[in-house]
Design a protein around this ligand. Structure first.
Ligand SMILES: [Zn+2]
Length: 281
């Protein structure tokens, strides 16, 4: 079992992965059955115990996913939210870390209530600080840190933790603020500066979401290193017929198709939405 296996938008999981995968199953506080790789499950149980002593109750709501389930999730999200949003939040079958059984989505139980939706989960930064500080001691890392979406391809997910086996390695990764990609490649990538602008078309939150989408899309493009992205102002926006959130949906759809463009077109792909991309090839 290779506990340092890299699965992301560019790296599919090994085909023979399930041959020696051993798992444990349990029922979480929401009544769902969750399956996790056996050593990961043991480490998770110890993490949970340590957090309980600190007054924080957690559980897990997504462990191992089969190829079929991953495809089903993608189909459901596409149907409900559209292809752009689905591409941003769900990995294609074979490219999700959840298919390895080494990834766990945590959720806290606050005043007896399961806090499970992504939006609600982001409202408790003070809890995540404590939870994240305990991860490495049990061999876990935070897999999708804030501001690293240009490397991981995912926006910040405080709940998604990944078991890598060795607490010392996990401790190094967490202390240095690295992603698994950077650790395995042995080099740190600089952060990307994101400069929002004054806009009557997009709220600050929408600009923030756009910048995450742009950065995510660059994670799956080798050979281009993103340096800075900048909102140039509403006067630079050309292809908008509807302001606000609806145009963000159009933008998200643009983001998913951008993957097949040539790099130059790709870099220019965001300019109709007012974004300037500064990169090094
Ligand atoms: Zn997850």
């Amino acid at each position: 079992m290779d506990y340092l296996v890299l699965v992301n938008q560019l790296h599919a999981m090994p085909e023979d992965w399930y041959e020696d995968l051993k798992t444990d199953r349990f029922i979480n506080t929401a009544g769902e059955e969750v399956e996790i790789e056996s050593r990961t499950f043991h480490a998770y149980t110890e993490l949970k115990k340590e957090l309980k002593e600190k007054g924080i109750e957690i559980d897990a709501d997504s462990g191992l996913r089969s190829m079929e389930l991953q495809q089903q999730i993608m189909d459901d999200f596409t149907k409900e939210f559209g292809a752009g949003y689905a591409a941003k939040t769900v990995a294609p079958a074979g490219y999700s870390e959840h298919q390895t059984g080494l990834a766990v989505d945590l959720y806290p139980i606050i005043d007896g209530q399961n806090v499970m939706s992504n939006a609600e989960l982001l409202k408790h930064p003070e809890l995540w600080v404590v939870i994240h500080a305990c991860l490495a001691g049990h061999g876990f890392i935070l897999r999708y840190p804030e501001g690293k979406e240009h490397i991981t391809g995912y926006g910040y997910e405080p709940w998604h933790v990944r078991f890598i086996g060795d607490p010392a390695e996990a401790g190094f990764i967490m202390a240095e603020g690295l992603t698994l990609e950077e650790y395995l490649l042995g080099r740190q990538q600089p952060d990307v500066m994101s400069v929002p602008g004054v806009s009557a078309l997009y709220s600050r939150e929408e600009q923030q979401e756009m910048s995450v989408l742009i950065k995510c899309s660059f994670a799956s493009r080798a050979g281009i290193r993103l340096q800075q992205i900048r909102y140039k102002g509403d006067e630079a926006v050309r292809q908008l017929s509807v302001p606000g959130y609806q145009s963000l949906a159009v933008f998200a759809a643009e983001y998913i198709t951008a993957g097949s463009c040539e790099s130059e077109d790709f870099l220019l792909g965001y300019s109709p939405y007012g974004w300037e991309i500064i990169s090094q090839e």
